[in-house]
Design a binder for this molecule. Structure first.
Ligand SMILES: Cc1ncc(COP(=O)(O)O)c(C=O)c1O
Length: 286
């Protein structure tokens, strides 16, 4: 596995990906910027790759600055031992999580978790007051509490099921020529320190198309919206809310895209043009 040069700031040239910074990257930057007031770390990324949060936290604390973790995609992390550590267990000072993403609360259910004394709770509340609504939503609070309770009572089994589902999907995708799912090989020196197995990240370059083209095709022809995409890949998140039906929809759509099938629509008898290498957006053609 190629090692990441120390001054490339997380760039993975082979995959055209940027990984979260490593503790030594952070130490170097904090030395270069002694006036820095804190460190903001985004982990896990949209591609499921995660930082060594504990290592970065310890470096920040050597410099006596707080580590703030944007863990928007990590609401599920504390709820199962088979998942990467969440920021609060890894000594971050402040963790911000969108419970509506990988958790089960309604939209706008983002929360702070705070520990230690590097971030003042009063200052945090004042800043939050500047940006937040003065009209708290009972729905938001009720779904947050419902999610918390569901995870305490059933989190382990629900996430066990989701993890098995994700593994099954990854294995099925690995069997489709032209599609390469990302897996734990991302966790290596110089690459990522953790990988969230609930992210199904698929390199589509073997089909001769970009992730943008694959996403457009899946949306137009299969009504499947991918969670993320770039020039090389697409990604989908599996959560406790997925079931056999959604698993099948995703796999059927990927199989259809791989084959470059030209389905005839029953209603109109029109042929749907698929994306070929270097083609633009797929369109329905009479
Ligand atoms: C890394 C990251 N941080 C923050 C956000 C915004 O989160 P919220 O929906 O809680 O405003 C997103 C949204 O996709 C995100 O991906």
């Amino acid at each position: 596995m190629p090692r990441r040069p120390p001054d490339r700031g997380g760039a993975d040239a082979e995959r055209h990906l940027a990984h979260p910074p490593e503790p030594d990257d952070v130490r170097r930057r904090l030395r270069e910027h002694p006036d820095a007031k804190g460190m903001l770390l985004i982990t896990s990324t949209d591609w499921g790759t995660g930082a060594d949060v504990g290592g970065v936290a310890r470096v920040c604390h050597e410099f006596d600055v707080p580590l703030i973790v944007d863990e928007a995609w990590g609401a599920h992390l504390p709820c199962h031992p088979g998942l990467p550590a969440w920021g609060m267990d890894a000594e971050a000072d402040l963790v911000v999580t969108s419970v509506h993403k990988m958790g089960g609360a309604i939209e706008q259910s983002s929360v702070f978790h705070l520990q230690y004394d590097r971030v003042s709770p009063e200052v945090l509340r004042q800043r939050e007051d500047l940006l937040g609504t003065t009209s708290a939503s009972t729905l938001v609070h009720a779904t947050l509490d419902g999610w918390r309770r569901q995870m305490v009572e059933h989190g382990r089994e629900l996430l066990d099921t989701a993890l098995h589902r994700a593994e099954r999907i990854r294995a099925a995708v690995a069997g489709l020529p032209g599609l390469v799912p990302m897996d734990q090989e991302m966790v290596d020196a110089g690459l990522a320190a953790a990988f969230d197995p609930l992210k199904i990240v698929i390199d589509v370059r073997g089909l001769g198309i970009s992730g943008m083209q694959a996403t457009e095709w899946l949306r137009v022809h299969r009504n499947v919206d991918m969670g993320g995409f770039d020039t090389c890949r697409v990604s989908a998140s599996i959560t406790h809310a997925d079931d056999d039906r959604t698993e099948q929809i995703l796999l059927d759509a990927l199989r259809a895209r791989r084959k470059g099938r030209l389905p005839r629509t029953a209603a109109t008898g029109t042929t749907v043009r698929t994306l070929g290498p270097g083609a633009g957006t797929g369109h329905a053609a009479a």
